[in-house]
Design a protein around this ligand. Structure first.
Ligand code: ADP
Ligand code: VHF
Length: 368
C-alpha cells in the first residue's frame, strides 16, 4: 500500500489484543518477532520507526492472575507495573537480533499538555530517533490517575505521531479497518477504503472495543485520526493479527486510510521551525545559495558551529553575515559537526573514524 511504502517516519500503534493471547494471558512471541522483522525492513530502507505499544495491563493481569474482569484503577496500575517491564523486555529481545536498540518511553497526558514537558519529550524522542533507536512508547499507567490519563493508546499514538513529525500513523488492530458498523455484531457492516472527512455520520458508526483486553474501540481511533490528520500525518487502521502485519500492509492488505488534512511536508517544516534551536551553524555564501535552491546542507559549506547539540537536535542555520536563514535537524553532534566543517564528503569517514552520512542537515529536515 502506497502510504506505508512512501512514509519516511512511521508511528505504529500495537493494540493489547495483538500482543497478548486472550486465553493464556501470555505474550504472542512469534507475532512480536514477525513485527520486529517488519520494523527492521522499514528501517533498512531508511524510514524512522516509533512503536506505541499497549499490553502492559493485559500482560500484568495474566501474571498476577487477575482474570478477565474489569479492574479497579489501582489494580490496573499494579498490573501495568508488572506488565510494562515484561513488555519492554520483549521488544528489546525481539529487535536485538536485527541490531536495533529499543528504548522505553512512558508518557502521561500532562507531558503533552504542559509545554515545557511537551518540548522535553519531543527533544528526547527526536534524539532517540536520530540515534537510530526504536522508541517503544506507552502511557505511564502506574502514575496516571483517571483525570490525567489518555486511557487508550490510540489518542496517545496520534499525539506521538504529531510530536515526532511522522508522516504516517498505523493503528494495528484486530480488525482490518473502519466499518459502517461494528463487524463483530453487524454482518452487514462494510469497510471503508478511505475516509476523507470524519462527519457526524461516520462518528455514529464507531463502536466500542471488541475484546476484554482492549480499551478504545473505534471511537478513540476516530479521535486519533482527527489529531493525526490535522497535524499533517496520514493514519491507517489495519489488521494486525496475522504474522508480518506491516509487510502485509505494504503488499496491499485491506485497510482504511485517513489522508492528512494538510501537506505532511509543510507540517514537518512547521514542526521543525517551532523548535528551540540548541546551537548555530554558520554556512558560506555557496551553501546559502544551495539551501535556497532546495538542496541539503553538506559539511563542505559550513564555516562555524556554536553551542552543544546532539544528533537529531534542532539548530539555527546562519548566513555568513549572521542573518538567520532558517533551522533544521542536525544529523551530527556539535563536536562531530565542528570536526567535519568545511570538509568534503569523501573525507568524513577518515575524520570521524566511522562511516558518516555526509549530509549535515537533510532538506526534508530543514525549514527556511
Ligand atoms: N465501525 C467499526 N468498524 C470496525 N470495528 C469496530 C467498529 N465499531 C466497533 N468496532 C470494534 O473495534 C474493535 C477494535 O478496537 P479495539 O478492540 O479497541 O482494538 P485495539 O486493541 O486494536 O485498540 C474491533 O474488533 C471491533 O469489534
Ligand atoms: N497503556 C495501556 C493501554 C491500554 C489500551 O489502549 O489498550 P488498546 O485498546 O489495546 O490499545 C496498556 O499498556 O495496557
Amino acid at each position: 500500500m502506497a502510504p506505508l511504502s512512501d512514509a519516511k517516519r512511521i508511528v505504529v500503534k500495537i493494540g493489547s489484543a495483538l500482543l497478548v493471547d486472550r486465553d493464556t494471558g501470555r505474550l504472542r512471541g512469534n507475532w512480536l518477532k514477525s513485527l520486529a522483522d517488519d520494523v527492521a525492513s522499514l528501517k533498512a530502507r531508511g524510514a524512522d520507526v516509533v512503536l506505541v505499544s499497549s499490553g502492559s495491563i493485559a500482560l500484568g493481569r495474566g501474571v498476577l492472575g487477575l482474570g478477565g474482569a474489569e479492574l479497579a484503577l489501582e489494580q490496573a496500575q499494579a498490573a501495568a507495573a508488572v506488565g510494562q517491564i515484561r513488555l519492554a523486555r520483549a521488544y528489546e529481545d525481539a529487535l536485538a537480533p536485527h541490531g536495533i536498540t529499543a528504548a522505553q518511553v512512558l508518557v502521561t497526558l500532562e507531558d503533552t499538555a504542559d509545554r515545557r514537558r511537551y518540548l522535553n519529550s519531543r527533544a528526547t524522542l527526536a534524539t532517540l530517533i536520530g540515534l537510530g533507536v526504536v522508541p517503544i512508547v506507552n502511557e505511564n499507567d502506574t502514575i496516571a490517575t483517571d483525570e490525567i490519563r489518555y486511557g487508550d493508546n490510540d489518542r496517545l499514538a496520534a499525539q506521538v505521531a504529531v510530536t515526532v513529525g511522522a508522516d504516517l500513523l498505523v493503528l494495528l488492530s484486530d480488525v482490518d479497518g473502519f466499518y459502517s458498523g461494528n463487524p463483530a455484531t453487524d454482518p452487514q457492516a462494510r469497510r471503508f477504503d478511505v475516509i476523507e472527512r470524519i462527519t457526524p455520520e461516520i462518528e455514529a458508526m464507531a463502536g466500542d472495543a471488541g475484546s476484554g483486553l482492549s480499551k478504545g474501540g473505534m471511537k478513540t481511533k476516530l479521535m486519533a485520526a482527527q489529531v493525526a490528520t490535522a497535524g499533517g500525518c496520514a493514519m491507517v487502521i489495519a489488521q494486525g493479527s496475522p504474522l508480518n502485519p506491516l509487510k502485509a500492509l505494504e503488499n496491499g492488505a485491506s485497510s482504511t486510510l485517513f489522508p492528512a488534512q494538510i501537506d505532511p511536508r509543510a507540517a514537518r517544516k512547521r514542526w521543525i521551525a517551532a523548535m528551540k534551536p540548541r546551537g548555530d551553524i554558520t554556512v558560506d555564501a555557496g551553501a546559502a545559495r544551495a539551501l535556497a535552491n532546495g538542496k541539503s546542507l553538506l559539511p563542505a559549506g559550513i564555516t562555524g558551529v556554536d553551542g552543544e547539540f546532539g544528533r537529531g537536535d534542532p539548530v539555527a542555520i546562519l548566513a555568513p553575515d549572521g542573518r538567520k536563514l532558517g533551522q533544521g535537524l542536525s544529523r551530527y553532534t556539535s563536536a562531530e559537526a565542528d570536526a567535519i566543517r568545511g570538509r568534503k564528503s569523501s573525507e568524513i569517514e577518515t575524520i570521524l573514524g566511522y562511516p558518516g552520512r555526509a549530509v549535515l542537515i537533510h532538506r526534508d529536515d530543514m525549514a527556511l
